[in-house]
Design a protein around this ligand. Structure first.
Ligand SMILES: *Cc1c(COP(=O)(O)O)cnc(C)c1O
Length: 461
């Protein structure tokens, strides 16, 4: 493809992209496809000779798009959002065009320095401690693994004696990360939660003290602000005090809810973060930045570098003493230029524009919750401080029969999603099947939230 052909096809594709962003609400949120059907529509092997681009683009529209789940549909209420935005998409186009490898300062000076500045902007926006230094990781799972590995090395005892703590509601990336980091599975303590599904910090203190009495060494506590099931908020200040007492690393997983720290009226939920050793949040979840972009902040940069730096002769450069080489700040060597989309997003919307989006979603969640609360037969089993509301329908006829109520809610959710206009997912809270309504897409308006509630209410009737 010559640059002139590229220009023509790119203009065509940008027209398709703009139409898609305008019309995404007209697609079914989740495609009606059976496993294997898309695969069966594709040739089993590659073409021998190159094909015209128009045919490839047509197949994209006809074979691929109808098989996609549309995360940026205004009726998307599943999981957590992975919202994006036009400025972020434009930055991704430029990132792809530059095709840069951002492993060290020398391989892309502007990418490294823009990343440093973006992490400083975010640190200030979230009110994180000034001693934190930021680096972009691909996902929160990776950032948490990075924290666990660093904490393991800093603990300075043999791995067989180290212990890790997280609440019973912590994300699956924490047990997975602890296993990958070489902690013994029986030394991962899942701390009980209170009635709001937040970590019980006195239970944490008791567990840690008894571990120490057994000769074990507490290496790391992972606290969560905004758990995945219900957005519970672990008490960071109390947990931080326990960590200080025993010299354990405190990592804060705020993958989804971290964005809300830019709201002065939500910042108190993060009080105690000044006691943390590391903090992760995903601009790719609720801050209009395309997946993937996970902001990892760490206090002890030398400890991070001791775990991750590797500088064979072929990677060393004359600038190494005076620059940051982000290949030494995580697992991967090669790195994408992810800071560009953050720069485009933060400048396009401004801090106030980003706050306005978060507030809009929080107000919609509060309104949705008020409808559920007012409806006989429905329960809201957890607080909803951000954009997520958990709910269950408990018909009186099934009272006392947990299994039947679970099955009823499973069927209810399937009926709601069958419309194709809205999409919600579920979790388990207190061992019970629970429907989750996560509001966070940039195009979502009250209309879609009201429609989702109508469908739920109607399907329960
Ligand atoms: C989404 C989520 C994660 C995992 O995020 P990835 O970036 O997909 O790895 C971890 N923790 C919490 C609390 C989450 O909500």
């Amino acid at each position: 493809m010559t640059p002139e052909q590229f220009r023509r096809h790119a203009h065509e594709l940008v027209d398709w992209m703009a139409d898609y962003l305008r019309d995404v609400g007209d697609y079914p949120v989740v495609p009606d496809v059976q496993p294997g059907r898309i695969r069966a529509s594709l040739p089993p092997g590659p073409p021998r000779d190159g094909e015209p681009f128009d045919r490839i683009a047509a197949d994209f529209r006809e074979l691929i798009v109808p098989g996609m789940t549309h995360w940026n549909h205004p009726g998307w209420f599943g999981y957590f959002p992975a919202n994006h935005s036009p400025p972020s998409i434009l930055a991704e186009m430029l990132t792809a065009t530059l095709g840069a490898q951002c492993m060290s300062w020398q391989t892309s000076p502007a990418a490294t320095e823009l990343e440093q500045v973006m992490m400083e902007w975010l640190r200030g926006m979230l009110g994180l401690p000034a001693e934190f230094t930021g680096v972009i990781q691909d996902t929160a799972s990776t950032a948490t693994l990075v924290a666990l590995l660093t904490a393991r090395d800093r603990a300075g005892a043999e791995p067989g004696r180290l212990t890790v703590y997280a609440s019973a509601e912590a994300h699956s990336s924490i047990p997975k990360g602890a296993r990958l980091a070489g902690f013994a599975p029986e030394h991962l303590r899942l701390v009980p939660v209170d009635e709001t599904f937040a970590m019980d910090s006195s239970a944490l203190g008791a567990l840690m003290a008894s571990d120490v009495a057994l000769g074990l060494v507490p290496a790391c506590v992972v606290a969560t602000v905004g758990t995945t099931s219900s957005t519970a908020v672990d008490p960071l200040a109390e947990i931080g005090a326990v960590c200080r007492r025993h010299g354990a690393w405190l990592h804060v997983d705020a993958a989804y809810a971290g964005a809300a720290a830019i709201l002065p009226e939500r910042r108190a939920l993060f009080d105690g973060v000044e006691l943390a050793d590391s903090f992760v949040f995903n601009p790719h979840k609720w801050l209009l930045t395309n997946f993937d972009c996970s902001a990892y902040f760490v206090r002890d940069v030398p400890a991070l570098l001791r775990t991750f730096s590797a500088a064979p002769a072929y990677l060393r450069t004359a600038h190494d003493p005076e620059v940051s080489n982000f290949r030494d700040w995580g697992i991967q060597l090669g790195r994408r230029f992810r800071a560009l989309k953050l720069w485009f997003v933060i400048r396009s919307y401004g801090v106030e524009g980003l706050r306005a989006m978060l507030r809009r979603h929080i107000v919609l969640a509060e309104e949705f919750r008020s409808w559920v609360d007012a409806e006989p037969g429905f329960v809201v089993p957890a607080p909803s401080p951000f954009g997520l509301v958990c709910l269950r329908h408990e018909p009186p006829a099934l009272a006392g029969d947990g299994a039947a109520t679970d099955e009823w809610n499973r069927a209810l959710l399937a009926r709601v999603n069958a419309s194709g206009q809205v999409f919600l997912t579920h979790t388990q809270l207190d061992g019970r099947y629970t429907i989750r309504m996560a509001i966070g897409q940039w195009a979502t308006e009250r209309e879609q939230v009201a429609r989702a509630w109508e469908r739920i209410r109607h399907s329960a009737g």
